[in-house]
Design a protein around this ligand. Structure first.
Ligand code: FAD
Ligand code: NAD
Length: 475
């Protein structure tokens, strides 16, 4: 006989596992199916985020930042030490241990909240029926009033550079090199390209990033993007814009990459090539067309603002649906859908989903860029404040970048906050909270900020919106 649940979720990434915990907390009988196996062949919850995404990349970003700081950043503080070395296998092992702790943590949370966990593959065979096949091949039918699809995304691959898992890798391979490659090529100057390019560059690789577009980080406020490009190039990331990769040739331990740009045809040889040209929704073998579940032309499952698919009782959340491919966006959708299933009122504020690129300095933003406001014909005031004028940034010897706040010209309501600088992610989050409560630039300006903190740059940028900054001359 089929096992019956109120809710069954397919996928235990940050969208699915959060939906499962929330649904169980709301008293719904909940099951979550996930097929992820770790390198040892053991089931691991947490999806891309915990296993090969957010967390492992930040572990390596933190390790490589410490290495670089120790090597280059201590002299200014009067500290001198001997030769600095990096033990890459130890660094990778630390990353693996963090993953293990966190994925095991989800397992514990499922247990504590009464979520039934199924390790294996789910397939929606009818609106209220999911076929489950475990890792030994045993099949059973699970029935549920509501099915939530949270199957995530997979890296896009491009024909000129097929992934071989050794010389040509995606995010999975790039998080697991066992030594520092001499020359690293990266295709795509997006979020992964910049983060993982930074990791290996800090550890000593010569990193070249080949980007197809002429403009750098088009989704970022362009004043910030221009500043960031300058700083990244100073950090020796060789970012080449307007390139088209045409082919590659694996020659032993190396790969030759051909590309064209406005100056003609080029060939470069790398020890490792990281392909980071975006991700696509993952729905392989998930349902039959006869189910009536519609996908858009790019393969995203079509949903409304509240993540209802075209089939009643089937919901979809996270990377597999429209919107930014961010862990916190999927988690919020998971909470919303669980609440809606439990007959509560719920929504996600899609206008206020923060983005962070974890380079050093970080880039973080929420709300509208100047380019978007111009395009929408919204009149605004802009206030900027450089970290170079912040005492705490000087004390830390970390002064690159700025905070920029955009506010409506008439109402003064904050419309966007853009930060390039130390701890930008945490600083922009202050803007998210302010914007969630409909704050004006004046509200932020009237708020007391502790001294000396980096967040004083947020305060000063808010003051600057109305020409009232204290620690820089106002324009
Ligand atoms: P996923 O995390 O992809 O999880 C989907 C799960 O579904 C997987 O466990 C998969 O095994 C399972 N699954 C799929 N199909 C089936 C099936 N048929 N049956 C059973 N199980 C199935 N986002 C951020 O917000 N911050 C970051 O710093 C960040 N860094 C990143 C770094 C890298 C290198 C990468 C690749 C991504 C990063 N992201 C980051 C993006 C983030 O990882 C994703 O947005 C997030 O994981 C999406 O969550 P999800 O639950 O929708 O899908
Ligand atoms: P991305 O969309 O951020 O960047 C891909 C880049 O590759 C773009 O600049 C694009 O123009 C370029 N590109 C595409 N095709 C190309 C080609 N043929 N040749 C050269 N360049 C090409 O994608 P990503 O970096 O792969 O990351 C995937 C997703 O994962 C992103 O949507 C992001 O939201 C998420 N992610 C988030 C974080 C974070 O939040 N810090 C970190 C990593 C990944």
């Amino acid at each position: 006989m089929a096992q019956k649940f109120d809710v069954v979720i397919i996928g235990a990434g940050p969208a699915g596992y959060v939906a499962a915990i929330k649904a169980a907390q709301l008293g719904l009988k909940t099951a979550c199916i996930d097929k992820w196996l770790d390198a040892a062949g053991k089931p691991a919850l947490g999806g891309t985020c915990l296993n090969v995404g957010c967390i492992p990349s930040k572990a390596l970003l933190d390790s490589s930042h410490k290495f670089e700081e120790t090597q280059k950043g201590l002299k200014a503080h009067g500290i001198s030490i001997g030769e600095v070395a990096i033990d890459v296998p130890a660094m990778i092992k630390r990353k693996e241990l963090i993953i293990k702790k966190l994925t095991t943590g989800i397992k514990g949370l499922f247990k504590a909240n009464g979520v039934t966990s199924f390790a294996g593959t789910g397939r929606v065979v009818a609106p209220k029926q999911v076929e489950f096949v475990d890792h030994e091949g045993t099949t059973e039918i699970i029935e549920a009033e509501n099915v939530i699809i949270a199957t995530g995304s997979a890296p896009i691959d491009i024909p000129p550079t097929p992934i071989n898992g050794d010389t040509i890798v995606d995010n999975v391979g790039a998080l697991a090199f066992q030594s520092v490659p001499e020359k690293v090529g990266v295709i795509g100057a997006g979020v992964i390209g910049l983060e993982l390019g930074s990791v290996w560059s800090r550890l000593g690789s010569e990193v070249t990033i080949l980007e197809a577009l002429d403009g750098f980080l088009p989704m970022v406020d362009q004043q910030v993007a221009k500043d960031a490009l300058k700083v990244f190039r100073k950090q020796k990331l060789d970012i080449r814009m307007g390139t088209r990769v045409t082919g590659s040739d694996v020659q032993g331990d190396q790969v030759a990459v051909n590309y064209t740009d406005s100056e003609g045809d080029h060939e470069m040889t790398f020890d490792k090539l990281i392909v980071a040209v975006g991700r696509k929704p993952y729905t392989d073998n998930l349902f039959d067309e006869s189910l009536g579940l519609k996908c858009d032309e790019r393969g995203f499952i079509e949903v409304d603002e509240q993540c209802r698919t075209t089939v009643p009782g089937i919901w979809a959340i996270g990377d597999v649906v429209r919107g930014p491919m961010l862990a916190h966006k999927g988690s919020e959708e998971g909470v919303m859908v669980a609440e809606l299933i439990a007959d509560k009122i719920a929504q996600v504020n899609y206008d206020l989903i923060p983005s962070v690129i974890y380079t050093h300095p970080e880039i973080a933003w929420v709300g509208k860029t100047e380019e978007q406001l111009k395009e929408e014909g919204v009149e605004y005031n802009a206030g900027t404040f450089p970290f170079a004028a912040i005492g705490r940034a000087q004390a830390a010897n970390d002064t690159a970048g700025m905070v920029k706040i955009l506010a409506h010209k008439e109402t003064d309501r904050v419309l966007g906050i853009h930060v390039f600088g130390p701890s930008a992610g945490d600083l922009a989050q202050q803007g998210v909270i302010a914007m969630e409560f409909g704050a004006s630039a004046e509200d932020l300006a009237m708020t007391v900020f502790a001294h000396p903190t980096l967040s004083e740059a947020v305060h000063e940028a808010a003051l600057a919106v109305n020409g009232m900054a204290i620690h820089i001359p106002n324009k």
